[in-house]
Design a protein around this ligand. Structure first.
Ligand code: BYC
Ligand code: FE
Ligand code: FE
Length: 472
């Protein structure tokens, strides 16, 4: 069991105090982080007391502490999962050799790049979500938003710790740059596409935490397999926090469709939208959008980068232990490749298909929540089914980028795509409508906005009507 220092300036279980240089470097980064948080974190709520979970250790039971805290005073710490004794590399060319405690020179650039890319998404999401508090549907939801935000802040700390402790001067520079890029900024944007998309309404927030945080889950699972042991340990602990983020998304969408389906059952002749409710075709358009831009986050279907990461042991597959062959040199992976206007089934060398392998596991995982949403709708007797669009739909990265496909995967001409776009993807009217029903914050304890059902229960044994966020 690693020893835990929670009363230091930076709570940690990595014996930070025994490495003065590193401690000093991180203590110098800390005020810059805090400045970024106050500037770019949740707008309008920095002085509020929020009932938050704080990681205080990496133990499987009792790793978190719940209490009121003002967000700028949140104790962002550095926690790595406990080491696995004599851990060896689990896949790729160096399978079976000891895992690395230090960065091998030949993999330094690639590893730094992976860590920076992972790190960049964390503050990006906080920036994307910074206005949402002002239109929260309840105090319960407001608290969940802030819980997600502070933990994404901690995930940034996790990557910055690796950069500072293992990448010397370049690492320190990268850590500064992580606080300088800005989501959606044309001159200095965040690295990956989806993290520059505006997020102005709560339907998007729930879709994001369901679909985009789940990309986080799969990327973290793949990095948890890494031969670079500190990366493996830190991502393993991050996954513990990630589960709640996806819960917020799954139950958020579920409560939206529950509210609408209830209305459809009770007042069949009254259009949901005419009474300020989010109609199910609109929910489908938001699924189509956030799912497709989250698929892009896995990179190209055929990727020499991915093959290289796998060969050298930097990044594996989610749950590598579930595969029989950890070398993956001989087999191939079949995919539909666009060729001369048609889709042709092609066998691609397995290692170059690793992004697609990971994306395939992700898609299966995404389907489970959609099934639950459909169950809610069916139980209310409403004949409507939500679906995940085809993985070819609306892609900007990889084999299908620049081509047009309908949500069912059918190829479309440019004109047909333009004509149907408004059926497939959120429209300006959708956005204006959501803006109109989400124009103010609902902050009376226990009260819910009209467009969403109450959650089944509160957080950590507290009732739904608990005052999760308060201001004195
Ligand atoms: N946007 O070989 P390719 C999370 C670039 S989410 C823009 O196809 P590769 C979170 C790529 O960099 C998890 N650019 O892809 C969730 C490359 O550039 P170069 C985040 C993109 O490299 C919610 C070129 O296109 N973690 O934690 O195999 C809230 C060709 O790339 C995109 C990670 O991403 C894109 N979508 O894979 C908070 C893990 N996709 O070489 C947090 C670390 C590709 O031509 N990152 N490109 O300059 C990785 O493993 C890989 O970088 C990627 C891309 C999977 C993202
Ligand atoms: Fe995260
Ligand atoms: Fe997350």
């Amino acid at each position: 069991m690693s020893s835990i220092a929670t009363n230091e300036k930076i709570p940690n279980n990595v014996s930070l105090a025994s490495d003065r240089r590193l401690q000093r470097a991180l203590e110098e980064w800390q005020p810059n982080f805090r400045k970024w948080w106050v500037e770019m974190g949740p707008d309008g709520f920095q002085e509020h007391d929020v009932w938050l979970r704080t990681a205080i250790s990496a133990d499987s039971d009792g790793w978190a502490h719940f209490d009121y805290v003002k967000m700028p005073d949140y104790r962002w710490g550095i926690f790595l999962a406990d080491p696995v004794q004599d851990r060896t590399i689990g896949f790729g060319d160096d399978m079976g050799k000891p895992a690395w405690q230090e960065v091998p020179g030949e993999h330094r650039n690639a590893l730094r790049r992976l860590i920076v890319t992972q790190g960049d998404t964390e503050p990006a999401s906080v920036e994307q979500q910074r206005q949402l508090g002002l239109t929260c549907p309840s105090l319960y939801d407001l608290r969940n938003l802030f819980q997600v935000n502070v933990e994404e802040g901690r995930h940034l700390w996790a990557m910055v710790y690796l950069l500072h402790s293992h990448f010397g001067r370049d690492g320190r520079e990268e850590a500064e740059a992580l606080l300088e890029r800005r989501s959606g900024n044309a001159d200095n944007p965040r690295i990956l596409g989806a993290f520059n998309a505006p997020m102005l309404d709560w339907l998007s927030f729930f879709m994001f935490t369901y679909f985009t945080d789940r990309d986080g889950k799969y990327q973290l699972l793949a990095l948890a397999e890494s031969a670079f042991d500190p990366l493996s340990r830190t991502t393993r602990f991050m996954l513990t926090e990630e589960a709640h983020h996806m819960f917020v998304g799954e139950t958020g969408v579920q409560r939206v469709v529950e509210r609408t389906a209830q209305h459809m059952r009770d007042q069949k002749d009254v259009e949901p939208r005419s009474v300020g409710l989010i109609d199910l075709p609109m929910v489908q358009r938001y699924i189509n959008y956030w799912f497709s831009i989250s698929l892009d986050l896995f990179g190209g279907e055929i990727s020499s980068n991915a093959a290289q990461y796998f060969a050298s042991g930097l990044k594996g597959r989610a749950h590598e232990e579930r595969y029989d062959d950890h070398v993956a040199l001989d087999p191939s992976f079949e995919m539909l490749v666009p060729k001369d206007g048609a889709l042709v089934r092609e066998a691609v060398p397995m290692r170059t298909a690793m992004n697609e392998v990971l994306r395939t596991s992700y898609v299966e995982d995404c389907q489970r929540g959609v099934d639950k949403w459909n169950k809610t709708i069916a139980e209310l007797g409403v004949p409507f089914e939500l679906t995940l669009p085809s993985s070819r739909f609306n892609r900007q990265v990889g084999l299908y980028a620049g081509l047009h496909f309908a949500p069912d995967g059918r190829a479309l001409g440019a004109a047909e795509w333009e004509a149907k776009r408004g059926e497939f993807l959120p429209t300006d009217e959708d956005r204006a409508f959501l803006g109109s029903i989400m124009s103010r914050a609902v902050t009376e304890p226990g009260k819910m906005a009209h467009w969403i059902a109450a959650p089944k229960k509160g957080i950590k044994g507290k009732p739904v009507e608990f005052e999760y966020v308060r201001h004195d």
